[in-house]
Design a protein around this ligand. Sequence first.
Ligand code: ZN
Length: 389
Amino acid sequence: MSTARRRATKQAGKNEAVGRREPDTATPHRSDPATPKGGSAPRSVFLAGFAAVVLCLYVYYSSLSSPDGKWQPQALPLDLPFTVVDIPGKGKGSIAARDIKQGERILREEPLFILPSQVRVQGSPGAIVLSALASLSPHQRDAFYNLSYVNFPRHLTPNSPSYHETMALAIFETNAIGADDDGTGIFPTTARLNHGCSAAFNAVYSWRSSEGALVVHALKNIKEGEELLTTYFDTKRPRDSRREHLRTHYGFTCQCSVCSLPDGESQKSDSRLLKMAELYERFRTWRDGALTGKQAVDVAREIWALGDEEGYWSERGQLAADAAWVAAAHADLRATRSWAQLAQKWFGFELGADSTHARSMDEVIANPDSLRYRTGATRAPENVGSPDA
Ligand SMILES: [Zn+2]
């Protein structure tokens, strides 16, 4: 239904270890009141096919219902480490109210509702969103309608049925966040995070299906007063391409610290990002036998070094987990363990130390042979080398 943001949250250690990392299709945005403003940066979700297909609506109400079945107002957490303020030229943004440490959980949020992509029910996309809203409390509906939107047609008559449907759909499309296989949801507090490209974003959100909640973690140390930025999509591409994508889908021209680099610096950044994307593609070819284990792990190291240079730290947990997989398939158990330790550390930063991904490394670290069995040990034994090799 959508390409709302999906984090790299696949389990490490399955058959397609290399290359199953999903694109970083993030979706946070600006959250001006429900009035489109020039330069605002809402997130967009593509509902291609959504209108054409008869979908079924299943509204996921998280745990908001009271025992007597009445909806409770969704109170915002009181202990958030950030405040939402107006930022000149950018609409609203989230500013750290204190220093936030790398890996710290910034927020845990349950959805107002989730629209699953698979089930079937009749109705236009806008009507489906309205149906979901009808089941919410007035407070929750307010939270929804306070979100920003783009791509709203000007010709509609205010308060007509089509106006309401189009408005609801525009807000949904602009703010929805992918919740992996569970569908696409609305998270009004997370929606307060603006976008930054490449080295500019410092916060990452990920959906936890088992908890029915979205969690946001600090990818980097964040100083008090600094803006919290997450990313709407995979920004390993040149500035022109990033800006074009953001203008088309989110209605703003990105002015993040990476997009604002002087031309010379920007070109160097573009080269690094393109090279990283290219190397990820190359890394994947290990699956087809195009690379030896050592060659694949060397590519992983090269991606890592470029990430250091660029300041692009996202997706490192998965990269290290994939390298551990390669090492295990080639029976280099020492390297398997050290890559798994690195994966656990970076999964911890990006997804949380208590995430399934970080925890899944426990067994590999304790017993690297367990991963070798899972890979099928199909590759020739080879010394692929540890992260610091
Ligand atoms: Zn940017």
